[in-house]
Write a protein that binds this ligand. Structure first.
Ligand SMILES: [Zn+2]
Length: 268
């Protein structure tokens, strides 16, 4: 193991989506693989509670992120209110956390369209706006799921609510959106698909290193060289190697800079 392998970081992991029986082993393996910091994003309130417990068990190593994942059915009014008030209580108690995973349902919408149906974005935009407003109110960073044209809508909402600390995880989009995000100083994170996706490789070449982090979005499975392999945070070592190659810098620098970016953005 080289020196930089102790500086890995995963800026977007769904710890609670790993089976409960394997979660501890997965995290212990991550620490053994040299992962220093993990940002644990949530799907809903139940998921947020699990991630909070994990962050208490691994202080300084796991930062919990609370929200409602957009690629789901909209929560009812009561569940939505319960989540917002639970998050406000965490802030009132002086706890460390960020807001997310929130955003817009790109994949749900495109698969509905492929089936000849229309998914109305309006309730999703209202839901997202409540979380962006909360991030502004509580002065917390926000972890976003917004790709292609959805990212433009999200940029509009961030500007409207004057939220500047925004992280677009696994971002994909056209040059004009990339330029807008760069100009706003928004962060993005790169997954292991940088090994085989030309679109992501060109994004890495183009985007500033000072706004870049590494992630796995685990347990989401990857293709190419990772087909059939269980996703784990240690796979960020490969992401570091690809960033180093594409940026023409050393691997130690790529690992250190992306880790430092995560630490300063999320405050962990
Ligand atoms: Zn995710």
């Amino acid at each position: 193991m080289t020196e930089w392998h102790h500086r890995l970081s995963d800026a977007h992991l769904h710890v609670d989506l790993y089976p409960a029986a394997t979660r501890t082993a997965m995290l212990e393996q991550a620490w053994a693989d040299g992962v220093e910091a993990i940002v644990a994003v949530s799907m809903d309130l139940a998921s947020s509670k699990i991630n909070r417990e994990l962050s208490l068990r691994y202080p300084g190593r796991i930062l919990p992120v609370y929200g409602y994942h957009p690629e789901q059915v909209i929560p009812d009014r009561k569940a939505h209110a319960a989540l917002l008030s639970w998050i406000r209580q965490r802030a009132a108690d002086g706890e460390r956390f960020a807001i997310g995973e929130v955003g817009l349902p790109y994949y749900k919408r495109t698969s509905a369209a492929a089936a000849g149906e229309t998914l109305s974005l309006k309730p999703y935009i209202e839901l997202l706006e409540s979380f962006i407003g909360l991030a502004g109110e509580l002065k917390r960073p926000i972890a976003l799921h917004a790709v292609y044209e959805d990212a433009e809508t999200v940029c509009d909402l961030l500007e409207k609510h004057q939220v500047e600390k925004a992280h677009f995880h696994w971002f994909k989009g056209p040059p004009q959106t990339i330029n807008r995000m760069m100009a706003s100083g928004y962060y993005l994170s790169v997954t292991p698909d940088v090994a085989y996706e030309p679109e992501i490789q060109s994004l890495v070449t183009r985007y500033p290193l000072e706004l870049m982090m590494t992630e796995t979005d685990g347990p989401w499975p990857f293709e190419g060289p990772y087909t059939g392999q269980a996703t784990c945070p240690g796979m960020t070592a490969d992401v570091v190697r690809h960033i180093a190659r594409l940026k023409g810098i050393g691997e130690t620098e790529a690992a250190t800079r992306t880790r430092d970016n995560l630490r300063s953005f999320y405050g962990i």
